[in-house]
Design a protein around this ligand. Structure first.
Ligand code: ZN
Length: 657
């Protein structure tokens, strides 16, 4: 489940998560391989949330799981989705994926000493259950590399991919990449890392962060001269995990001397490191504790790469958003933290300002993890806070709703109007020129709605004080925004309905056409997965609120790309359409999850275990005979992998010919 602070962050961004969604997302976080079972809008919604929490410094999944499982899944399904261009480029590796010589798992993460203690207690209990002497358990602590995971079998260097199959990136060795430790090739899993002094000194002017640089090292065609010099000088390395320096000793000693051991190990390497990896070094424990789908149970990573600073608050500025919510922004004495000068931090909501005493003269502890948005961790010296009584934009009396202060003057408040207009144009993504300044100027000349903006002429813009060239451009941009195709869910989301982020908009449009949305009742909405009763009622109210504006803008004629309705599904029936299929065993053609999602695209319903309704059991290698017998007894057709592929091909031939 999401923590209180994660919920707070999400809700301040208007990304409210209901209980059903939270349960679904939690299941996916626990077992990322389930990403294939999400539908498109769930997947995008998840990416939005994960990305936002990451940027807010409260991440829910590791960067690698985010990139190589979730983004990769989106890439596979919707290669042109705008989300993919929003993120760092390293997720897109074209070319054929090859099976990794061995499975590469993630590492379970611990963010506190208590998490590590709980893990240690599990190892001890397990040791006792197999009658090992718990007092003699030994562990190894090594730096946790924060680079680009790869696997070197001596001939080929692979990306981690989905942990089973990765892309060939051997070209990086051809470019002169060196190996850390003893310098030998063929030592299995490791990471490509960069010396952080070198990065700060030579590369930080060219790259926002070392992840961007790692991506440039892997660039498919050629590398820039700066990257080549970094390779030549040995500032970038492939570091095999096996070669990592570290600490070895008894588990009990480690727990006793936790802080100093972690600090020492953390400083052993001058490369990108963001914590330590703690693992059992007892062979029996490793073999018998085994792994989940996601991580080895005998290993845990402890991450603590946070920088903190004690900062004085100059003032807390109220900021009215498009929904009328008044957000407190703390202006700070400028402070250097993780390589950036910070002068502002969000105080989340006014209940927090009030209860924790944030105001002029207060001293706060600011935390920044890596390159993400800083947050207020603690108030060290509280003051008596001053809460705003009036909207900073329109002077209306503010009202409390839960933890937030709101400006109730929805119809006339300039901040709400201008932010809503800006949100509309920003969301469409096919129009430039309508940023804060332009919108403010338009509003100052009496423009209060998007529909009015679209009715403006070049002459009118000129009259408002826009230059001739700018007026011409603005009109051309308005035309472009109607002519260039835009997804209907993006168009709907641009109206800024509460509870209707892009994910929910797409989900809704998978069940109902845009034109019929405004007639929906909450009873009809509840039938859609992810809309609980309360959300449905709010959404209906919100749809009614924007209905007049929506109608006026919609009739201007936008080039909308319709979301396909789930009921339309697959136009052409193939051999898998409507069939219930269970995949089992180890597949040779691709990972099982890949095959499952392929089958799903062809209209199959994927099951986890064979039931009376299962049509096909597709068996890879290493499948127990009893499983096959049980399936046959239930009337299920059992197919070997090759037979299954023939069946799929037969369908393609028919539809092709
Ligand atoms: Zn106001």
């Amino acid at each position: 489940m999401f923590t209180e602070s994660q919920r707070e962050i999400l809700s301040s961004a208007g990304l409210d998560v209901n209980e059903d969604q939270a349960a679904l997302l939690t299941a996916v976080i626990d077992d990322p391989q389930k990403s294939t079972s999400l539908n498109n809008s769930e997947l995008i919604g998840f990416l939005e949330i994960a990305n936002f929490l990451y940027r807010a410094g409260d991440q829910i999944i590791s960067d690698q799981v985010y990139d190589f499982i979730f983004l990769a899944e989106l890439q596979k399904r919707l290669p042109h989705h705008p989300f993919l261009t929003k993120v760092e480029p390293e997720s897109s590796f074209s070319g054929k994926k090859r099976a990794l010589p061995e499975r590469m798992l993630s590492t379970e993460k611990a963010y506190s000493r208590d998490d590590v203690k709980r893990w240690a207690a599990r190892v001890v209990r397990f040791a006792q259950s197999i009658e090992l002497d718990a007092d003699l358990l030994s562990i190894r602590v090594t730096p946790k590399l924060d680079g680009f995971a790869a696997y070197d079998d001596g001939r080929t260097l692979y990306t981690r991919g989905d942990g089973r199959r990765g892309s060939d990136i051997s070209r990086v060795f051809d470019r002169g990449l060196k190996v850390g430790g003893d310098g030998k090739r063929g030592q299995g899993p490791g990471e490509i890392v960069v010396n952080h002094e070198y990065f700060l000194d030579k590369l930080s002017v060219l790259f926002d962060n070392s992840r961007n640089f790692q991506a440039a090292v892997l660039a498919p065609k050629r590398v820039t001269p700066e990257v080549q010099s970094a390779l030549d000088s040995g500032a970038v390395l492939f570091y095999p995990f096996r070669q990592l320096p570290g600490w070895k000793g008894l588990l009990s000693d480690f727990l006793e001397d936790f802080e100093s051991i972690v600090t020492t190990v953390n400083e052993k390497l001058l490369y990108d490191v963001d914590g330590v990896v703690i693992e059992s070094s007892d062979r029996e424990i490793r073999q018998q504790m085994g792994a989940t789908q996601h991580h080895h149970r005998w290993q845990i990573a402890f991450k603590e790469n946070v920088e903190t600073a004690e900062v004085e608050v100059i003032e807390v500025i109220p900021n009215t958003s498009r929904s009328g919510r008044v957000n407190p922004v703390a202006r700070l004495q400028p402070t250097r933290l993780s390589g950036a000068t910070l002068s502002r931090a969000s105080a989340h909501h006014y209940r927090m300002v009030e209860s924790r005493g944030i105001g002029p003269g207060a001293v706060i502890r600011l935390v920044r993890s890596g390159l993400v948005i800083p947050k207020i961790e603690a108030v060290l010296k509280p003051v008596t806070p001053q809460l705003p009584e009036y909207c900073p934009s329109c002077d209306s009396d503010l009202v409390w709703k839960g933890d937030y202060l709101y400006c109730p003057n929805t119809a006339v408040c300039p901040a709400q109007i201008e932010n809503a207009i800006e949100h509309f144009f920003r969301s469409l993504q096919n129009i430039d020129g309508f940023g804060a300044k332009t919108v403010e100027k338009l509003h100052a000349h009496g423009i209060t709605s998007i529909a009015e903006i679209y009715s403006l002429s070049e002459y009118q813009l000129n009259e408002m004080g826009f230059g001739p060239k700018q007026s011409e451009n603005l009109i051309a941009e308005l035309r472009r925004s109607r002519e260039e195709e835009v997804e209907d869910w993006r168009f709907l989301g641009a109206f800024g309905l509460n509870r209707m982020g892009f994910g929910n908009c797409e989900r809704l449009l998978q069940h109902h056409r845009l034109e019929t949305l405004f007639r929906l009742t909450s009873e009809e909405l509840v039938k859609i997965e992810g809309f609980a009763t309360k959300t449905a009622e709010l959404v209906v109210a919100e749809l009614n609120r924007v209905k007049p504006l929506f109608g006026a803008v919609y009739q201007l004629g936008f080039n909308l790309k319709r979301t396909s309705l789930q009921s339309e599904g697959h136009l052409q029936a193939g051999p898998l359409t409507g069939k219930q299929i269970v995949f089992t065993g180890v597949m040779t053609q691709g990972s099982r999850t890949e095959m499952e999602s392929e089958a799903k695209k062809m209209g199959a319903i994927i099951g986890k275990s064979v039931t009376g309704k299962t049509d096909y059991l597709v068996a890879g290698e290493k499948v127990g005979e009893s499983k096959i017998k049980q399936a046959l007894a239930r009337g299920t057709t059992c197919l070997l992998e090759e037979e299954y592929l023939q069946l799929v091909r037969s369908g393609r031939d028919e539809s092709g010919g």
